[in-house]
Design a protein around this ligand. Structure first.
Ligand code: AGP
Length: 604
């Protein structure tokens, strides 16, 4: 959460900083700000609210200068006010800083600085950084030395970029929060994520924890905390700049839902051959020692992990999905040397998931991450990484990445089942892989023929929304409810169908539509559970293939193409994504940027 950008090079920085912030706005949208070095001081502009407010503030007095920093905020310390917006400045305003992360010892540092006469103007933890930097600048041997001393005093997580008045450079450091250097011919960028500068360059360097950099017009120097030079590889990003735009859609979320066929094709490509799963980094036998699998993930990724858990259990492999935030305290004790821990994370930067991953590593587990972001912390810290290749996802509500994660986990599950002697790969593997290859086409059929918009309009304004499903569809029901509440702000819950009668049925009324998901296998019980809700007056919206018995009893029907039961939940999920989208649209919600949320949650 929070996005930072910095830029140094020829020509004015401001337009590139603001565009970069717009591409990072998914990381936080409580306030935004920029600081530009202009030869006669540092100009700082910051506003609470979205980036449009900041843009309004600089119209008419656009700051000049070719080096600058910018920030979009998701509040952790202090409300979203102008004062708490970044950049923060020092006592004499000769230092300006943007920061993503949390300074855990800020109270102690603040007291120290206050006793030295420093006055603070915000409630943030960040403000201690420019004050400290200014303090050390008084008698350090160099600016870099003062910056290093400043960074050395910080505890917690940070990606920091700083300007010093009159100095044509940017000072940057990373510890626990993402920071990426972008290299163009005559300019350099720093950002929390690649889309910030993808219009300008696809050549990047990922900072490691403890890296400190100084960006100057003619080069970048990277060192560690002790001042030793470090060399990092330059990598090329294979995302198209177009991937980071809305591509003509009204919202990123709608674009991301509609581009799922392409995302899924990329996830599957090269990983299936006839009736075999080929995972480049995992040759035959790689998993033969695995006794059990533990998934760690949050939010939507946790629902994908539940999908994975169900698949592995069906194959006879012991597996459990854990909410990453609960994992270290409750589950690491069960790790053995033959436990495989799979961290599922779109961003690869979710603090809870990284905490769980690190906890698993400390206990000696073998780790794999399933992620969308190359160079992310999870990709670098796990023993192995499997990339879902879904392309950048900007809408805060995850859509295409859920589908791609579920497919990636399915492929991984099949690969595990091939290696572990005590279990058998499914009898119908050839058939299910054939159907997997048709999945992008089936998703396209859903997108082309959906009646989700009409159904969303029919039920918008209901008191609450329930989603039920059994087996793999339990995960999809939970994901459907999360998506619905996240972007509509309406009450929604997802249940295992059979659980409805054990309590939640008390909530069911004629004003609570129940979305029932059928996957073409063992559907009888779910049908019965749907009828139990209907008997209490609830409208039933079934999601199933054509001519399914559910159609007859339903008040509304969302059709999905007939496919293998392993994949039908993913088609149902696309219908539910669309229902959520249109319901949120009817309610006038800010779909891509739901209140209080951020795309990447980098605090625990
Ligand atoms: C999904 O719609 C949410 N925005 C959220 O639950 C998200 O899935 C969660 O924060 C995990 O993020 P990650 O996949 O990047 O780790």
């Amino acid at each position: 959460m929070c996005g930072i950008i910095a830029r140094i090079g020829e020509g004015d920085a401001i337009t590139k900083l603001v565009t970069g912030l717009e591409n990072l706005e998914y990381r936080g949208y409580d306030s935004a700000g920029v600081a530009v070095q202009n030869g006669s001081g540092i100009s700082v502009y910051k506003r609470s609210g979205q980036i449009s407010e900041l843009k309004d503030a600089i119209v008419g007095s656009v700051p000049k200068g070719n080096v600058g920093i910018g920030h979009t905020r998701w509040s952790t310390h202090g409300p979203p006010t102008d004062e708490n917006a970044h950049p923060h400045t020092s006592e004499t305003e000769n230092v300006a800083v943007v920061h993503n992360g949390i300074i855990e010892n800020y109270t102690e540092l603040k007291e120290r600085l206050e006793s030295d006469g420093h006055e603070f103007t915000s409630d943030t933890d960040t403000e201690v950084i420019p004050h400290l930097f200014e303090y050390y600048l008084q008698d350090a041997s160099s600016i870099e030395d003062a910056f290093r001393k400043t960074i050395d005093d910080l505890e917690g997580s940070y990606a920091v970029a700083a300007l010093v008045d009159g100095v044509h450079a940017i000072y940057a450091a990373r510890q626990g929060s993402p920071l990426i250097l972008g290299l163009d011919n005559d300019e350099y960028y720093l950002a929390s994520d690649v889309p910030a500068f993808l219009d300008h360059t696809d050549r990047v360097v990922y900072f490691e924890d403890g890296d400190i950099a100084v960006l100057e017009p003619n080069g970048v120097t990277m060192t560690d905390l002790e001042g030793n030079m470090v060399t990092r590889d330059v990598e090329r990003i294979d995302w198209d700049p177009e991937d980071a735009g809305k591509g003509g859609y009204e919202h990123y979320m709608l674009k991301e839902i509609n581009t799922q066929p392409n995302a899924l094709t990329n996830t599957i490509e090269g990983r299936v051959e006839d009736s075999e799963v080929i995972l480049e980094d995992f040759p035959e036998g790689t998993f033969e020692d695995v006794d059990d699998v533990q998934f760690v993930a949050c939010g939507t990724s946790y629902h994908a992990a539940l999908y994975g858990q169900q698949l592995l259990n069906q194959t006879g492999i012991r597996a459990q999905a854990f909410r990453a935030s609960e994992y270290v305290d409750s589950a690491t004790g069960s790790i053995t040397e033959n436990t495989l821990v799979i961290a599922v994370t779109q961003s690869g930067e979710t603090a809870d998931t990284l905490g769980a991953l690190r906890g698993a590593k400390e206990r000696g587990a073998r780790t794999v991450t399933v992620t969308n972001v190359m160079g992310s912390t999870a990709a670098r810290e796990a023993d192995d990484a499997l990339f879902i290749r879904a392309g950048p996802e900007i809408g805060v509500a995850a859509t295409k990445t859920f589908s791609s994660q579920a497919v990636m986990l399915s492929l991984l599950s099949l690969r595990l089942a091939e290696d572990i002697e005590t279990v058998n790969a499914p009898d119908d593997q050839a058939e299910l892989l054939r159907e997997l290859q048709k999945l992008p086409e089936h998703v396209q059929t859903v997108l082309d023929s959906t009646t989700a918009k009409r159904i969303a309009s029919r039920y918008t304004g209901s008191e609450a929304f329930f989603f039920i499903g059994r087996g793999l569809n339990n995960a999809v029901a939970k994901e459907g409810a999360l998506k619905f509440k996240e972007i509509t702000y309406e009450h929604a819950e997802g249940f295992a169908s059979g659980e409805l009668k054990h309590g939640p049925l008390a909530l069911v009324t004629p004003d609570t539509p129940v979305f029932a998901l059928f996957n073409g296998d063992k559907d009888k019980k779910t049908l019965q559970n749907a009828e139990e809700a209907q008997a209490r007056g609830a409208p039933i919206v079934s999601v199933a293939h054509a001519d399914h018995p559910a159609e007859k009893i339903s008040d509304a029907f969302l059709e999905i193409p007939d496919t293998h039961p392993m994949w039908s939940g993913l088609l149902a999920n696309v219908q539910l994504q669309l229902v959520s989208y249109y319901a949120a649209k009817n309610l006038g919600r800010p779909i891509d940027k739901p209140r209080n949320l951020a795309k990447s949650v980098t605090v625990e």
